[in-house]
Design a protein around this ligand. Structure first.
Ligand code: MN
Length: 229
């Protein structure tokens, strides 16, 4: 066993529905602008832009229905409901045909965003980390194995805030389908077991306030519950 000079950091992980086991998380990739209606609401043109990637940190994941603490340095924190794709295998230049073999399972997550800080980054041509990769910025549900639910290609994805539906879309509206995001991403990075991908948000993103109750859902995948405090 390696003898570390400081206490070993905790391995980030996601719970699994109906199991005591956990899914260990190595990296968290996120797809930006993967739904045309969201691209338009963000001022973009889906006919001229392709989706892209950014990353959050594995220890940004917030699990077990824990409260989401309103983050520091922001007055405009937005919800983005997304499907989680969890990988059991990786590699480089993965073909479209074999991409789904890499998937262990699926889940529901929020890509919480300090929109004001992200906007400043965009304006200045700077990276998005301070807008996206902050503490507890990725509340996530339990994962469900593909061996149980298959590979969802359509079905509603929605988010309610205090019982009112704010975001709504369908998985079949994703510009990059799951196999495409894995194949494309594996051309840029070496993917590995434990990597997860947040696959982009449908339209309807907006600000949250302390006290808001967030409920997310994806047909056939699961539900997410989280309170802003
Ligand atoms: Mn997002």
């Amino acid at each position: 066993m390696t003898d570390y000079v400081i206490k070993q950091p905790v391995q980030a992980s996601l719970p699994i529905r109906g199991s005591d086991q956990q899914f260990p998380v190595r990296r968290v990739y996120c797809v930006g602008r993967n739904y045309a209606a969201h691209t338009i609401e963000m001022g973009g043109d889906p006919d001229r832009e392709v989706p892209f990637f950014f990353q959050k940190n594995p220890d940004n994941l917030l699990t077990g229905g824990a409260d989401f603490p309103y983050p520091v340095k922001s007055n405009d924190v937005h919800h983005e409901i997304e499907m989680v794709v969890a990988l059991q295998a990786g590699g480089t230049d993965i073909s479209l045909e074999s991409a789904l073999d890499c998937v262990w399972g699926y889940g529901v997550a929020l890509d919480m965003t300090r929109r004001d800080l992200q906007g400043e980054c965009k304006k200045a041509g700077r990276p998005w980390e301070i807008g996206k990769a902050f503490e507890k910025s990725a509340p996530a549900s339990e994962l469900v194995p593909a061996s149980e639910i298959g590979h969802p290609t359509d079905g509603e994805i929605w988010l309610k805030v205090n019982g009112e539906k704010r975001q709504q879309g369908d998985l079949n509206h994703m510009i990059w389908k799951v196999a495409e995001m894995i194949s494309y991403l594996s051309g840029l990075f070496e993917l590995a077991p434990g990597d997860i991908i947040l696959s982009g948000t449908p339209s309807g993103v907006g600000p949250v306030e302390r006290g808001d109750v967030l409920e997310g859902h994806i047909d056939g995948v699961g539900d997410l519950h989280c309170k802003v405090v």
